[in-house]
Design a protein around this ligand. Structure first.
Ligand code: NI
Length: 226
């Protein structure tokens, strides 16, 4: 399931990040691609140790920690520090599935990439192409969202970024290990939580609120690892 979360960053935050990203030195994205992906990855990335990567990355992580929608959809255990890419001049990234395990820089730990996320730093009108296209059992889904918005999808998905034929597309991308490994179970928990929140909003005293909340936690108890 592809989930969109609007307004993770404010317009002012996006504006400041964009100014810094536009002024930064970028490196060839192929340096961080796996040996299969390297053949069809055509973009630029901020070096992982670039000071801007940790500066904007911390801003993004802080925003996510205060986003009930992100927490409900992902049930995060650990978020890998965000990385940043730039597509322009026909640049694209062909169909691929992300690596299952990634090292957390400088920590000796690694995470299982259960959920992939993209946070847009360019608005759709600024570039042509550059759609994130994700394939699942229900076909293809695409995302090209306003700057500051986030899209997330299961790490198991085949996905690509279509060529950017006009303008420049800046984005952050990162992976999260979830408490719940299976995407189908996370989707059920997310839909149940959203339904409970809607019920609370419309009739907070409804007796089903506490029952459904109990069911949510009992499902979580069944499915959470560790
Ligand atoms: Ni990918």
């Amino acid at each position: 399931m592809m989930i969109q979360i609007p307004g993770v960053l404010s317009r002012e935050q996006v504006r400041q990040c964009r100014r810094a990203l536009e002024a930064a030195d970028w490196t060839d994205g192929r340096e961080t691609a796996g040996h299969v992906a390297v053949h069809h990855k055509n973009n630029a990335q901020l070096a992982l140790d670039h000071p801007l990567a940790s500066q904007i990355g911390d801003l993004v992580l802080d925003a996510l920690s205060r986003s009930p929608a992100f927490i409900s959809a992902v049930l995060p255990v650990r978020v890998l520090p965000p990385r940043f890419n730039r597509y322009e001049g026909g640049g694209d990234y062909g169909n691929h599935i992300d690596n299952a395990l990634l090292n957390v820089p400088g920590s000796g730990m690694r995470i299982r990439t259960d959920v992939s996320s993209t946070l847009f730093f360019s608005d759709p009108y600024e570039y042509d192409g550059g759609e994130l296209t994700v394939e699942d059992t229900y076909g293809e889904h695409t995302a090209k969202l306003p700057a500051g918005d986030l899209v997330l999808y299961p790490g198991t998905s085949l996905h690509r970024v279509t060529p950017v034929t006009r303008g420049t597309r800046y984005a952050a991308f990162f992976w999260t290990q979830s408490m719940v490994r299976q995407a189908s179970r996370r989707a059920l928990l997310y839909q149940l939580d959203q339904s409970i929140q809607a019920l609370i909003a419309s009739s907070p005293e409804h007796p089903s609120v506490s029952r459904l909340t109990g069911i949510y936690h009992n499902l979580l108890r069944e499915w959470v690892e560790s």
